[in-house]
Design a protein around this ligand. Structure first.
Ligand SMILES: Nc1ncnc2c1ncn2[C@@H]1O[C@H](COP(=O)(O)OP(=O)(O)OP(=O)(O)O)[C@@H](O)[C@H]1O
Ligand SMILES: [Mg+2]
Length: 253
């Protein structure tokens, strides 16, 4: 197995709060890693440290053999980090395919402004339609995003993130706000994207779905690594049951 992402001793401090405390973690090429932990565990903060939005006080972040610490967010995206935004804001005057084509073009010519001015977008539109099919929006690729429900907007955001052909896709609670049926379908989509070879780190509170689709789980609590291993083992780990699920202390009673 090739290690794609390697975090070594990463710590992030906000004033007196150690939000991420000496975390070491690696993600192999092709993995779908579930990243869970209670509210305030520092999950989003660790993800922001990876993407460069927050700067860790300690530790190194390495992607595909390259140390990212001194790179800007923009440079990290070009180094292969993909991030689906939580606030989904497509261009309402463009169709879904045009929105994704713009992301495909931006990835190619590295400038959103120039990408907007590109006249012949037939190549990009073709790729955009493939990506929309991948996320389950193939049938409505020529529709406007203005009337789409949240679940569909999240799929559109996923297609836009994939347009940049990231080495590693980071997803922060993509199932939040979805009902159980939509969450189940979205989780299936994430799994199918992983099955095409895409490496994914998935932060999720929806344990039913994350344990269903992720073979491995990393658990963080109070900024620290609590467990890391095969999902079946982690979900039986006493420390995880105690600290995260709050049920372990009832087991011996
Ligand atoms: N920019 C910031 N400045 C100060 N404190 C912050 C900042 N961002 C996060 N924190 C604090 O760091 C801790 C970890 O927050 P973080 O958002 O990373 O947790 P999380 O695991 O993503 O939680 P959730 O599951 O609720 O999304 C929290 O105590 C939070 O209040
Ligand atoms: Mg969070």
């Amino acid at each position: 197995m090739t290690e794609l992402l390697i975090l070594n001793g990463v710590s992030v401090r906000f004033g007196g709060l150690l939000a991420v405390d000496d975390v070491s973690l690696s993600v192999d090429q092709g993995e779908l890693l579930g990243f869970i932990g209670p509210n305030g565990a520092g999950k989003t903060t660790l993800m922001r440290a990876i993407t460069g939005i927050v700067i860790p006080q300690q530790g190194t972040i390495q992607l595909d053999g390259r140390i990212l610490n001194n790179l800007s967010v923009h440079q990290r995206v070009h180094a292969g980090l993909g991030l689906a935004q939580q606030i989904v804001a497509p261009f309402k005057s463009m169709t879904l395919a045009e929105n994704v084509a713009l992301a495909v073009a931006s990835a190619k010519i590295r400038s959103p402004i120039k990408a907007m001015m590109l006249h012949d977008r037939s190549q990009e539109l073709k790729r955009a339609r493939e990506l929309l099919a991948k996320v389950g929006l193939g049938d409505i690729s020529d529709d406007s995003p203005s009337s789409l429900p949240l679940g569909f907007l999240k799929r559109l955001e996923l297609a836009r993130a994939l347009a940049l052909a990231p080495k590693l896709l980071l997803l922060d609670e993509p199932l939040a706000g979805l009902n159980q049926t939509e969450a189940n379908a979205m989780a299936d989509t994430i799994k199918s994207i992983n099955e095409t070879g895409q490496t994914i780190v998935l932060i999720e509170h929806n344990l039913r779905e994350v344990t269903r689709i992720c073979p491995r789980l990393y658990v963080q609590d109070n900024g620290r690594k609590l467990a890391d291993g095969p999902t079946v083992d982690v979900m039986q780990d006493r420390a995880v049951l105690d600290a995260y699920l709050g049920v372990g202390n009832h087991a011996d009673a």
